[in-house]
Design a protein around this ligand. Structure first.
Ligand code: DC
Length: 222
């Protein structure tokens, strides 16, 4: 049976880059579930659907397809109606839209099987907010990766600047604070540490130290 590692935590804790590297070292598939919520957020923006209008969102969900696939480097590609939108979903606007739309229960239900099916067919490190609590509660290892709000905002700011996206640090900090609040206060599948998870705080760790820590937690528990 494939092995599943659930990796949850707030925005900007470094989950995706750390998990990507750890997955490569361990020869697991890295699944970024935030990309799925971002893709539905993009579909909603394109169709002028407000993230809070449930009936319209249900209609939208019945009209779109969202698929996950991997390129020859095992990098995740996310398809909206067959179109590769992996790059388009990375803007600050897409982040806020994803956070808002991820609070809608029908959106979460819509993405559940897609996520579970990935774990049925591959050894995965799956990154998200509710992987250990809802999507894969029986995951072999559950990790909650976190860091201080300031450390997370600084990392996200640097990452966006490196990509040439023009942003102000204060806006990034406010986005992180708002998303933390939204993600942990929604009614359905709020962000919280899963029962039996290992909490890893990376505030004082650099990237390589964080990867080492995650790999040692995984190896100790599988
Ligand atoms: O991980 P990310 O920043 O790409 O996620 C974008 C948004 O999607 C985030 O604000 C919360 C939501 N999300 C979620 O609710 N559940 C997940 N499993 C993954 C992401």
């Amino acid at each position: 049976m494939p092995v599943a590692i659930a990796l949850d935590g707030p925005a900007g804790a470094g989950k995706s880059s750390i998990a990507k590297r750890a997955a490569k070292i361990l020869d697991f598939i890295y699944v970024d579930t935030g990309a799925l919520y971002r893709t539905i957020g993009l579909a909603a923006s394109r169709n002028n659907v407000e993230p809070k209008t449930s009936p319209e969102i249900d209609k939208l969900l019945s009209q779109i397809t969202v698929d996950l696939t991997f390129n020859d480097k095992n990098e995740q590609i996310v398809l909206l109606n067959g179109e590769d939108v992996s790059g388009l979903i990375r803007t600050p606007e897409a982040s806020m839209m994803a956070s808002a739309i991820s609070a809608v229960p029908s959106v979460r239900a819509y993405l559940l099987d897609l996520q579970r099916n990935m774990a049925k067919s591959h050894n995965v490190i799956m990154d998200g907010r509710d992987i250990g609590t809802v999507v894969l509660p029986d995951a072999k290892v559950k990790i909650f990766l976190t860091a201080s709000v300031q450390a997370r905002a600084e990392r996200r700011y640097k990452e966006l600047c490196e990509k040439g996206i023009n942003v102000q640090y204060d806006d990034v900090l406010n986005d992180v604070i708002t998303r933390d609040y939204n993600d942990s206060h929604r009614e359905t599948a709020p962000l919280k540490p899963a029962d039996g998870c290992v909490i890893v705080d990376t505030t004082e760790l650099d990237f390589e130290q964080s990867v080492e820590k995650i790999i040692s937690v995984i190896k100790e528990n599988i």
